[in-house]
Design a protein around this ligand. Structure first.
Ligand code: SF4
Ligand code: SF4
Length: 409
């Protein structure tokens, strides 16, 4: 059974130049856990020369979908598209119980009411120092994730924010799944910063998931249905830009034209999508009003750096804040292990990559880390809590809102 475009599979010339950019290859040193090895497996699966055994599925599951290999590949191999086409295919060969669990996870994460119900008991203790101490004492990553959640608070988003004076354009804000439930303050700060840059901001209510989380879990049909509904919602206001602040959502929105071929709303969404930091850097902000005395390092989320090519814009915006001293973070664009649902489905490798990232953070001497993706923030915060590291890990948009005196801190 063919599940992938043959041309994409054959584009790999086995040069191996991508190997050292692959986080799982760096950790395990195994060909089957490298991009080249996985392409080899997918090619054999697609051609029917290999059965989707548990071992084969294990090597594909271990892939983070981070797309660092795409950045490194001189032959333009579309690795992200390949792994996303392989995931739904192998889903059908998993044991029934595993399939049911993964389907339940996809439903839970993409259904607003279920998500809110699950997180409701932990939201009031999110950010609590005592919970962090308990997590460290018990060495419990799950308690650490709970302690890493932002403190619950009211950050209601208006439906429309008008700028002072003539608008430079209109942006539709994508509120996301995880961000909508756990990071509403970042959504509000994004809207306020855009308004500060002279943009009229429209926030359609009751937005659904963009489809990125079910794509990670191999549920392509659910991802397409969610994407179709969201594209219609985002395109309806006829805005100039569709703006996301979560790297995982933004990367998929830009690929809606591939996900939903020949569908107008999807093509329009892909065409108008921008990351919020990218758009703010393009439009420019007034000089920041406040100092932020800090040694700051930037973690580049995979789906921002490799998926959307946004790196320099983040550095430019943050470097303009008085008091900020930017320092380099080694392997800044190597995955932290969060990767959509990866830290839930592959916790052992996710923990190894989290530790690798924390080693680099410690070596950087930074006291603030900026990371433009909710999943990365939770992953690194949880790790810092477990290690007892005194480092603040924040979305760059929250830092900018603080420096520009426009948002909630
Ligand atoms: S997507 Fe990331 S983890 Fe997967 S093969 Fe490419 S570099 Fe490795
Ligand atoms: S994916 Fe690209 S870099 Fe990696 S082995 Fe194939 S051709 Fe070379």
């Amino acid at each position: 059974m063919s599940f992938a475009a043959r041309d994409d599979l054959l584009a790999c010339v086995h040069c191996g130049l991508c190997l050292t950019s692959c986080p799982t290859y760096l950790e395990l040193g195994l060909e089957a856990d490298s991009p080249r090895g996985r392409i080899h497996l997918m090619r054999a699966l697609d051609g029917g020369e290999l059965e989707p055994s548990a071992e084969v599925i294990h090597h594909l599951d271990a892939c983070l979908g981070c797309r660092a290999c795409e950045t490194a590949c001189p032959s333009g191999v579309r690795y992200g598209a390949l792994i996303e086409s392989a995931r739904p295919y192998v889903e059908g060969f998993r044991p029934a119980r595993t399939r049911r669990t993964r389907a339940a996870l996809a439903t839970l994460l993409t259904t607003r009411a279920l998500r809110r119900a699950v997180f409701a008991p932990v939201r009031p203790v999110g950010g609590a120092a005592w919970l962090g101490r308990l997590a460290r004492r018990l060495a419990s990553p799950w308690l650490a994730y709970a302690a890493a959640l932002p403190r619950a608070g009211s950050s209601r988003l208006p439906l429309v924010l008008e700028p002072r004076g003539a608008a430079r354009g209109t942006a539709v804000l994508v509120t996301g799944c995880v961000a909508d439930t756990l990071f509403p303050r970042t959504n509000l700060n994004t809207a306020l910063l855009l308004r500060h840059a002279g943009v009229r901001v429209v926030v359609p209510p009751a937005q659904g998931c963009c489809g990125a989380l079910p794509m990670h879990l191999g549920h392509a049909a659910r991802a397409r249905a969610l994407a179709r509904a969201l594209a219609a919602t985002l395109v309806a206001p006829g805005a100039d830009w569709i703006v996301a602040n979560a790297a995982g959502c933004g990367a998929l929105l830009r690929e809606y034209d591939h996900l939903l071929r020949d569908e107008n709303d999807a093509r329009e969404t892909a065409h108008r999508s921008r990351d919020a930091l990218e758009l703010l850097a393009e439009l420019g902000l007034p000089p920041p009003a406040r100092r932020l005395d800090s040694t700051l390092a930037i973690h580049d989320p995979c789906h921002l750096a490799h998926g959307q090519g946004v790196r320099a814009q983040v550095r430019r915006l943050l470097a303009e804040i008085p008091g900020v001293r930017l320092v380099e973070l080694e392997e800044s664009d190597t995955c932290c292990g969060s990767a959509g649902t990866y830290n839930l489905t592959e916790p052992a490798m996710a923990a190894r990559l989290r530790e690798r990232k924390l080693d680099r953070i410690t070596a950087s001497d930074a006291d603030v880390i900026a990371a433009a993706n909710p999943g990365c923030i939770l992953q690194m915060r949880a790790g810092a809590i477990l290690r007892g590291l005194a480092v603040r890990i924040e979305h760059p948009l929250d830092l900018l809102a603080e420096a520009h005196g426009v948002g909630l801190s």
